[in-house]
Design a protein around this ligand. Structure first.
Ligand SMILES: Cc1cc2nc3c(=O)[nH]c(=O)nc-3n(C[C@H](O)[C@H](O)[C@H](O)COP(=O)(O)OP(=O)(O)OC[C@H]3O[C@@H](n4cnc5c(N)ncnc54)[C@H](O)[C@@H]3O)c2cc1C
Length: 426
């Protein structure tokens, strides 16, 4: 293995979307950037692999959108959520509410395609990317500030360390930033690709049951991403048999089982969890967190990748300022305080919406009630899907006007002639 650099301006731990994008933005600024990832790419990552319409803006910014689309990414027109009572909420990205995303469609693409493209953008910008290097600890200066990392290949001193090491971030934990989440928020997920699932159209699908949910989405190449999420308390029987657990759960859902009658699983089942993560804040002196290392709640709204890329975009100017403040020496923390403010300003509304949706999914009676209204009020469903798509401001659905629609007498919107229904068994 090539020796690691002894010193760098910014050392980024993790080469997933958050780390790769941060590296690309900072290397373009002329900073010396080293990315360390314990994995070798392409590496498996349990993910439903959907990208919001607004994520395309960031892919374009990073110079990889054409390559992602050219690699056969599926184009998604919107989302369909089936509530436990069988009601269907269907929202379109292109709708009459007056908001438009960077694209009118979302994308869905295997992470084994997306992540190497993003890492390629980091390399093209000048970042030194090292795969197969595990970070095992943080170095501190005499004042206790983070001043570099310890790895399986030696130490690297840095003006700034960026923790982009995903769920269960070592950097967050060792910097004392990780926060423990309540037990009821702990869920586990199983993900695999299938061929031959019937009735898959241009909409991502979420099938919510009383004890978890299943997401289905076309990811191109004739494959469907199947993602099962269940509370930890309902995961008995999973240990040691993720493959059987996924197959049994799908087969036990009466309206889904027929759609898998001739389907074939074509990848191993990836398991992950518990996957909710949170940091007390996104920085400490000499270190900043981005992506899942900073915050991840639940894949239901499918925007972890967007948040990782957007977080990188937000972090870059503050990280550059911090790393330049005293080259070669751990930075003062206050240059990064602005990053925390920017992160909260950008994500706070979205976090509130995510929590509301998460509560409805955890307590299905709430989702059942919402679905009765939203099945008819497609204008409201479009707004919600637009918020999940990252181009409708969250205030549109946090406003009392939106919630009063659930209490006032219902007003149906005319059906859209082209809107598809989920395939249901004969
Ligand atoms: C079941 C499930 C479904 C999801 N579906 C979606 C979806 O449809 N759409 C969406 O946008 N998001 C989805 N997400 C979320 C999305 O996967 C994440 O938000 C996204 O991967 C975050 O990117 P990241 O770069 O922060 O972390 P990651 O992609 O996890 O990358 C972290 C990297 O850090 C490396 N690393 C970790 N520890 C170390 C170490 N000690 N030393 C060196 N390297 C290290 C890892 O090898 C990894 O490559 C889903 C998540 C789950 C759990």
């Amino acid at each position: 293995m090539r020796a690691l650099p002894a010193v760098t301006d910014v050392c980024i731990v993790g080469g997933g979307p958050a780390g790769a994008a941060t590296a690309a933005f900072l290397a373009r600024e002329g900073l010396g950037v080293t990315v360390l990832d314990r994995a070798r790419f392409p590496r498996p990552k349990a993910c439903a692999e959907y990208l919001s319409p607004e994520a395309s803006r960031l892919l374009e910014e990073l110079g990889v959108l054409a390559a992602v689309e050219g690699a056969g990414a599926a184009q998604l027109a919107g989302m369909i959520v089936r509530a436990p009572n069988g009601r269907q909420i269907r929202g379109e990205f292109a709708a009459a509410h007056g908001f438009r995303g960077f694209r009118d469609r979302g994308l869905a693409v295997p992470r084994t395609t997306l992540d190497p493209l993003l890492l390629g953008a980091a390399r093209a910008a000048g970042a030194d990317v090292r795969e197969g290097v595990r970070v095992t600890g943080l170095m501190r200066d005499a004042g206790g500030r983070v001043a570099g990392v310890e790895t399986t290949g030696g130490t690297v001193r840095a003006s700034l360390v960026v923790g982009a090491d995903g769920l269960r971030s070592q950097v967050a934990r060792r910097a004392g930033l990780a926060r423990t989440l309540p037990f009821f928020q702990r869920r586990v997920a199983l993900v695999a690709h299938y061929e031959g699932v019937s009735g898959i159209g241009a909409h991502g699908e979420m099938h919510v049951e009383r004890d978890g949910y299943v997401g289905l989405a076309d990811v191109g190449g004739g494959r469907t991403n199947v993602a099962l999420v269940v509370p930890v308390a309902r995961s008995a029987g999973l240990a040691g048999d993720a493959t059987g657990f996924l197959a049994r759960r799908v087969a036990a859902i009466p309206h889904l089982a027929p759609r898998f009658a001739t389907a074939r699983r074509v990848t191993p089942v990836l398991a992950t969890g518990p996957f909710a993560s949170a940091a007390r804040r996104g920085w400490a002196p000499g270190v900043a967190l981005v992506g899942d290392a900073a915050d991840f709640f639940d894949p239901f709204t499918g925007e972890g990748i967007y948040a990782a890329l957007r977080g990188a975009e937000l972090l870059a100017p503050f990280a550059a300022e911090a790393a330049r403040a005293r080259p070669g020496v751990a930075v003062r923390g206050d240059a990064l305080a602005g990053y925390e403010r920017a992160r909260r300003a950008a994500f706070a509304g979205k976090w509130r919406v995510e929590r509301l949706i998460g509560t409805a999914v955890t307590f299905p009676a709430l989702l059942d009630r919402a679905a009765i209204v939203l099945e008819e009020r497609r204008d409201l469903a479009d707004l919600l899907v637009g918020v999940a798509g990252d181009f409708v401001p969250p205030r549109e659905v946090l406003h009392p006007r939106f919630w009063s629609s659930f209490l006032l007498p219902r007003r149906a919107t005319p059906p859209r002639p082209s809107a598809p229904r989920l395939a249901t068994p004969a």
